[in-house]
Design a protein. Structure first.
Length: 77
């Protein structure tokens, strides 16, 4: 029971991080929910799904590179 609650809390924390990473932390909640509902209607494997996934993959890659350069910069100080 406690493990399930912990897993659920971690998932919510991670999803909240996506909102922040996308620059939407100050966005209206109804706007965010509407956008997510629209995303949920995109068929997996469709060209739109692949396009959006590619954008997300690039954003994750850029973030990892930014984090790595920060760590390298900090080590040099």
């Amino acid at each position: 029971m406690m493990a399930d609650r912990k897993r659920e809390a971690r998932e919510k924390f991670m999803l909240g991080g996506f909102v922040v990473r996308a620059g939407l932390s100050k966005a209206d909640r109804a706007f965010l929910l509407g956008g997510l509902l629209e995303l949920a209607s995109v068929a997996p494997g469709s060209s739109e799904h692949r396009r959006l996934r590619d954008i997300g993959t690039q954003a994750f890659t850029a973030r990892m590179l930014d984090d790595a350069s920060l760590q390298i910069g900090e080590a040099a100080v």
